[in-house]
Write a protein that binds this ligand. Sequence first.
Ligand SMILES: Cc1cc2nc3c(=O)[nH]c(=O)nc-3n(C[C@H](O)[C@H](O)[C@H](O)COP(=O)(O)OP(=O)(O)OC[C@H]3O[C@@H](n4cnc5c(N)ncnc54)[C@H](O)[C@@H]3O)c2cc1C
Length: 404
Amino acid sequence: MNTEAQRCLLCKKPKCALQGCPVHTPVPECMLLYREGKLDEAGEMLFRNNPLTAVTSQVCDWKQFCYGHCVLNVKQVPVRWYEIEQEISTAYLFKCKLQRRSAELEGKRIALVGAGPVGIAAAVWLFEAGADVTIMDANPHMGGVLRYGIPAFRLDKKYCDAYEALLVDAGIKFCGGVEVGKDITLELLSADFDAVLIGAGAEKPATLHIPGEEKAVQALPFLKDPSAFNLGKKVIVIGGGNVAMDACRMAIRQGAETWVYYRKTFENMPANPLEVEEAKADGVQFKVFQAPVEVKEGGVVFRDCENVVPEDGGRVVTRIIDGTDHFVECDTLLTAISEKPDFGMFKGTDAKMNEWGWPATSEAGLVDGLSNVWVAGDFILGPKTVVEAVASARKAVKNMMETL
Ligand SMILES: Cc1cc2nc3c(=O)[nH]c(=O)nc-3n(C[C@H](O)[C@H](O)[C@H](O)COP(=O)(O)OP(=O)(O)OC[C@H]3O[C@@H](n4cnc5c(N)ncnc54)[C@H](O)[C@@H]3O)c2cc1C
């Protein structure tokens, strides 16, 4: 890997970090430490900037982020920084210990709702600043989507275990199996703690609004516990995002003939193109320009679609073609069309909601109407990525620290 590190130009204004990375990973500084063999120092620098560095270096769509912005991209092959980052940050995660680095928040009690990337990153920063941190999560263990969504063949669960051990060993309280809004109210939390940060993700599945939809299996519960589902011989997955790719790749590993049906083209798929290629390599079959119109016993009725270029030359639209209904047999239909946050925990509080029913917040995520409740990650951004969740947690934590 050192040969790869030698290729880095150590740019003064690194586009990989400044434009390509939502958490502005200090690539040249760490690259220099790596070249000098100072792996612990590089690991610490990465971890303090982004506590999830050991994970993001594995699951980020690097073509969109660091690699895609490498200046060598113009004439040569970009530097595979993410591989170097993974080497440094994995070694660091499995041996580091959290330490109090300042007394800025000494005596402050902070509650974190959700132990996904937002909760883990915020816990590290707040603990280091001296706060007394408590994390609550509806699930029994930490990790959020990293543990209960992304399959183990893409992200080894030892990373979630390492984060849980790191936080708990430092003295951060973890209350697993506690659902805020049901087991404890947000009102009580905000009265009891100096500040609350909600990183409860986006887990509520969007619906297709077609007859028979209740017969389908949602992708997220399936990914959370695949062994609880008997999929049968043939599975159809509806969707074109990362969740759909993970669901189809998991289904084929259970021995089912697996198809992905998508209403637009491959170019329109929101999934990381690498994931689509890997699904194909796994043996998943794809059918594009297919819109589901009804779920029936033993299969799904689809209607063909086509792309239409408007006469005025505007944006291409995908149109359903009437009279093209056809029944496709399957044993299980898995739906992975999108997810949204559940804002039920705001009921009974003074939180102000905007016209779309989402909490109104400041730029840093402080909820309008509540003086000490912040939101971050998928819970306020909608389904995004791990690195974007960490970036938004950082903004909220910074603002929380200034306020406290
Ligand atoms: C299947 C799948 C694959 C993905 N693949 C990638 C990928 O390859 N790369 C990438 O960058 N991103 C990927 N993502 C997106 C990424 O995982 C998320 O953007 C990220 O996890 C968001 O972090 P978060 O902390 O906001 O929320 P989450 O990770 O969703 O964590 C939220 C936590 O809050 C808890 N919670 C929810 N409600 C309550 C409540 N009321 N009380 C207490 N706890 C609660 C949940 O149990 C959960 O543990 C994927 C997402 C999915 C679903």
